[in-house]
Ligand binder design. Sequence first.
Ligand SMILES: [Zn+2]
Length: 765
Amino acid sequence: MKKSVLLLFICWITVCFSFGQSPIIPSPVVYKIAVGKMSIANHFSINSENLPAEIKDFLVQKLVDTYSIQTVISASGSDLTFKKITNTPPDFYSITINDGVLIQYSTSASCFYAVNSLLQLIEGEKDSYYFSKAFVQDYPNFQWRGLHLDVSRHFFSVEEVKRFIDLMSLYKFNTFHWHLTDDQGWRIEIKKYPKLTEIGAWRDSTVNGHYSASPRTYSAERYGGFYTQEQIKEVVAYANKKFITVVPEIEMPGHSRAALAAYPQYSCTGKQLEVPGLWGVFEEIFCAKEESIDFLKDVLTEVLTLFPSEYIHIGGDEAPKTRWNTCPRCQKVIRENGLKDEHELQSYFIQEIDEFLTSKGRKLIGWDEILEGGLSPNAAVMSWRGFEGGIEAAKQKHFAVMSPGSHCYFDHYQSKNPNEPTAIGGFTPIEKVYAFNPIPPGFSEQQAFFILGGQANLWTEYIPTMTQLEYMTYPRALALAQVLWCKQKPPFEAFKKSFVDYHLTYLKRYNVNYSNALFYSQLTIFKNKNGLKLNFKGASKEDAFQLETRTNEKNSQFSENSYITENDTILLKRSKDNQIHTFNFKLTSKNSPDPAHFELKIHPAIGLPIELITKPAEQYKGDGALTLVDGVIGVTPWKGNEWLGYDTTQIEFIVDLTRKVKIEEILLNFLQDDGSWIHSPESIQISVSTKKKKWRNLQIQQFIASQSANAKKAGMKNAFEQNINLKGRFVKVKVNCLKYIPDGYAGEGKTPWTFTDELILLYKE
Ligand SMILES: [Zn+2]
């Protein structure tokens, strides 16, 4: 196998090709360039021999629609010829561009990949297009290269879904995970149960703005839509022509409010509830009784006729057990099957579905919660709460797809620019996506065998339109394509150069509304011994950073309306008057249409050294200890990078005031966003010391949000505040987090998240 590949390679070395920067994304295994061009004449002649029909149609259409290049297809065409080869790695292809183009491929899919690579190699302008002479050899690393789309929270038309698939195919993704059902809408016609779409596809209202906005308001507009079975078949056939498998997701037992609005008899209580217009997790889920499971098997029977995919996704995530705990029918199933608890009942539920799918020759895949209570024999796991679910599955010799929130959630923010449109939270810039590796460190080759690949998820609570969908997907999807395709991906800077040199133009050709986040000017905050240092890095010469207003504070070197540009740095000193001051900055950037406004709070604790005894979670570690005292107050709705996020039951850190002072007061802000399982803590203990040897402990205080003038001045909406009035140099903060999410909240009974930022200390010499 390896020998034939090597032979091809050697024969081209003799024609003086040399390694070059590949314009192709994802980067091919080999890209070599030679001197000279091959011009692409109008009436480009394509040899039809060995060219699969659907690929011919695709190529001809792309050349004429995107480049206005007319083609002539015949058995004697010589500009582009194809050859099928054997004995290669899976989905192998090569492209040789000399005086003509020769594509050699092993499978129809790889022929399609080759054609897509070739399209990316077109250079020049209309009427003078050309290829640079080059040699490409390529094959993918992972077999599951996926993008997910949630059409429940917001609905996307058949045409929009096709466009999403079309753009995926340009970057060699091969799996489209279609999230068809959820609480806020059922989107697939099921003939046996017409009310699923008559009732379940429509909601009477939708929450405005972010979930955690207060007060919460709703637009009272009827919203919804669904796909008929004919339309589903059309989309599946469309994707198939682009060598993309559509994996449908039918959520169970949770995220089922839309289905239960249509058929309440399959819930535990039978109570008639509406299709909700609010995001989150709901207690009403499918009952585990036989009738409910039979209903879902009926639904899946129709689903299987529409989707030929090997895997069928059944959700399995975020199913609160509140109803199951008290439902006589669920308790009866537990007793009769000798189950230990409701977690084992969920496992029993999934196993019933697993057996059903297996009997139909299909495989079940579900979110990592399906591990709880025991993994069903044939199930594959999609790991979203981190890597652990995928690691556990692989160790049990089950297949897994890695889709961790830390790297693969494209509904998160992608830049720190305050003008970013509202997103769910979280911070996943393109650099982070690029750093993703689906194979966990320390995995053996045998364990890695069970990792099918990776996938990015596009949950659409805050993605109401196609324009916004493209903005959130691109260019992050290009980084993910690199991760999943390349065995050894080039360094990020090389990828960025390819993107800038070739793919900005390429995406523009397809009118993709990509994000410019990579080209925004950047403001970076550093710690300084006297406070903070701000570094401004303009992305272009026109970019500038300017102080607009500030409250009465005279010790800064920075005055109103003074600009800094390019690589300037300014110093912001800790306030000496023991007050909290507000500085408003404006950042103008050529690449972002509106100026961005930043607010910094200059207070007596900015830039102070802090020892984080408890480490924040990897995906919410912000800029470490500096995040707590960087003058950027954590906001609601959260943007993902200005808070420190913990999933521990206690948080401990020590602030160093650098000398003995009289400490008067502490303010510490927390995030309350129960839809995201983020809760205020239970209580806090403050201790003071001069040499970190003996600590004077203040009384533990229950957490109560302060309404004081200082909290307001600091812009803290949910702050803990305590008078200290002790002399000392070190302040120890011990936060006792809630141990369990209280009843009635999303994720009840689980460990909540605790998010904190900013810390303010008031003190005198
Ligand atoms: Zn029940």
